[in-house]
Design a protein around this ligand. Structure first.
Ligand SMILES: Nc1ncnc2c1ncn2[C@@H]1O[C@H](COP(=O)(O)OP(=O)(O)OP(=O)(O)O)[C@@H](O)[C@H]1O
Ligand SMILES: [Mg+2]
Length: 264
């Protein structure tokens, strides 16, 4: 199997006053083309910064100071624009907070059409593709929905729109940052199923970030564990959960098991 995305030696620092703090330190991971990799770790471990560095959308005070990314055979040094420098069609991202990923003052259909236009569609084809995308992410009556503003949607509908926005750029790699954290458990399950279906239908290479081991293992066969900005352990889900080597991975899998026991 060929590699869909490979990241080597990624380092991200954040400026605070005169000091520079390393928040992602020598992080490497790889996912085969069409595969799904989960990145787990506690809050603040550097999960979002890692994905943002790859897509080239780091917050203002953060920057990449080392690292390369290989996407479908071509290797690049990661700079401020991340893989966006590789040209369109490489990488899309579903952000942690669906409300902040959407423009509150623009109807959702117009937002999806806009991304289609940027991806090279003419006006008419952008309109058709926006409707098709809203349908593809499981929104019934996409024409009615397209006319609504983000605040007029439920949390689950909003996250589906955010996924449609990410797909509008025709990415081959989809980065998902806690795509279900803001949702209640039943809606969470339907969004995870949607991501699994889309991955299969479109042959997407997926990197899924979560602090929740159960979410990640529902979609991913391999895992990378981050702690304090570094990779502490990596391998298949089965290996990591049956024989965790690092105490932190053991804690994570114990916590996941304890939650399972609590579930009704
Ligand atoms: N916008 C920002 N400006 C400055 N520092 C930030 C910013 N966002 C995050 N950080 C810092 O970078 C480090 C890594 O944060 P990151 O957001 O990647 O963590 P995370 O693993 O995604 O956590 P969570 O599970 O809470 O989303 C943390 O120490 C955090 O304080
Ligand atoms: Mg995060």
């Amino acid at each position: 199997m060929s590699t869909g995305l490979r990241v080597d030696g990624l380092r991200v620092t954040v400026r605070s006053g005169a000091a520079e703090r390393t928040v992602v330190d020598d992080v490497s991971f790889a996912v085969e083309a069409g595969g799904a990799l989960g990145i787990v770790g506690e809050s603040g471990s550097g999960k979002s910064m890692t994905l943002r560095a790859v897509i080239g959308l780091l917050p203002e005070r953060a920057r990449v100071t080392a690292g390369t990314a290989t996407a479908f055979g071509a290797t690049r040094t990661l700079g401020p624009r991340g893989l966006r420098d590789a040209g369109p069609g490489h990488v899309g991202m579903v952000f942690q907070d669906p409300l902040s990923a959407l423009d509150p003052l623009t109807r959702v259909g117009a937002q999806v059409r806009e991304v289609c236009r940027v991806a090279g569609d003419g006006r008419r084809s952008a309109r058709e593709r926006a409707t098709a995308l809203l349908e593809q992410v499981g929104l019934p009556d996409p024409d009615d929905l397209a006319r609504r503003y983000p605040h007029e949607l439920s949390g689950g509908q909003r996250q589906r729109v955010v996924i449609a926005l990410a797909l509008a750029a025709r990415p081959r790699i989809l980065l998902c940052d806690e795509p279900t954290t803001a949702l209640d458990v039943t809606v969470q399950a339907t969004i995870l199923r949607l991501l699994a279906d889309l991955r299969r239908e479109l042959g997407l290479t997926v990197v899924l970030v979560s602090h929740d081991l159960a979410v990640v293992t529902s979609l991913c066969a391999s895992l990378t564990v981050l702690r304090h900005g570094r990779v502490t352990e990596a391998g298949t889900v089965t290996d990591l959960l049956t024989a965790p080597r690092h105490p932190y991975t053991r804690e994570l899998s114990d916590a996941a098991r304890a939650l399972e026991l609590e579930a009704p």
